[in-house]
Design a protein. Structure first.
Length: 284
């Protein structure tokens, strides 16, 4: 018994140490961004891992420089990123959850084809469609912060439908039948009965989509008119000067500002991620 207890204790200790080291491995880059955002640009290159002090301490100069670089206001980039993220996530959650509910409840060849098309879309590289995307977006007038969420709906539908279908299959059909007996139309059944029950997966999908859209650089860069609309990742990219020079201090400062909202949002809602993924895997 003692030997078995010692082995269990040793196993738990090794597991704890392993995950602590793994956590440090993931947190370390974020700490480096924080540290270097307060350094003078020269010391970011020569003393990357050092703590800013004395002549290497830039105070808030990097933040001011990054926000005003090139004459484009950083506040506008923040607003455009918020607009695109909110509307893109809203469209994905609304339309994919409705589609997943219909696919799960209607047993037809068309529904199965649509479902497997959504699943297949998750493995299609973005690079396969990026060359024609810009021209298509211009033709359809999808090149503004208010219309680009439609494109995000197309690219984000695959994962969202996959997760929602798995969860909807775990919802007892008798609940919807009872709502129909009480006189609920299909639309009212969805919004009053099904949608509230999908909350764990809704939150989980929302977190994943928000983190993706907020940090996305390539799609807005290809679609938006960069002289008028810049998201935060595009604004950071424009910190590059002539001959490839980069103000690393200002870049680190803006990267820090861009990841703080995501970190806060993720830490607030992280418990819903595993719950939502587990719920969606019940009857995938």
């Amino acid at each position: 018994m003692k030997d078995s207890f010692k082995k269990q204790k040793l196993g738990k200790t090794i597991t704890t140490v392993f995950f602590v080291l793994l956590s440090i491995f993931y947190v370390f880059p974020v700490l480096m961004v924080l540290v270097n955002s307060f350094k003078v640009n020269t010391f970011v290159k020569t003393d990357t891992f050092g703590i800013p002090s004395g002549e290497s301490f830039a105070e808030f100069d990097n933040f001011i420089k990054g926000m005003t670089f090139g004459g484009y206001p950083f506040a506008s980039s923040v607003v455009y990123s918020i607009i695109i993220t909110i509307f893109g996530t809203f469209l994905i959650l609304l339309f994919t959850s409705m589609a997943a509910w219909y696919i799960s409840r209607v047993d037809s060849t068309l529904c199965r084809v649509v479902y497997y098309a959504c699943v297949f879309s998750m493995v299609v590289p973005f690079q396969m469609v990026m060359f024609t995307l810009s021209k298509t977006a211009d033709t359809l007038k999808l090149n503004t912060p208010w219309t680009i969420p439609v494109i995000y709906l197309g690219f984000g539908a695959g994962l969202a439908v996959f997760m929602f279908v798995g969860f909807v299959k775990s919802i007892p059909l008798e609940i919807e039948e009872a709502a129909a007996i009480d006189g609920c139309s299909p639309i009212r059944t969805y919004f009053s009965v099904v949608l509230p029950m999908m909350k764990p997966t809704l939150v989980s999908v929302a977190i994943l989509e928000i983190m993706w859209i907020w940090n996305d650089y390539l799609l807005p860069y290809l679609v938006l008119d960069r002289t008028e609309y810049r998201t935060i990742p595009i604004h950071i990219q424009y910190l590059k000067g002539s001959y490839g020079t980069v103000d690393l201090g200002a870049t680190m400062a803006l990267i820090l500002l861009s990841i703080i909202p995501v970190i806060i949002f993720y830490l607030t809602c992280q418990k819903h991620i595993i719950k939502g993924v587990a719920a969606g895997a019940v009857k995938g």
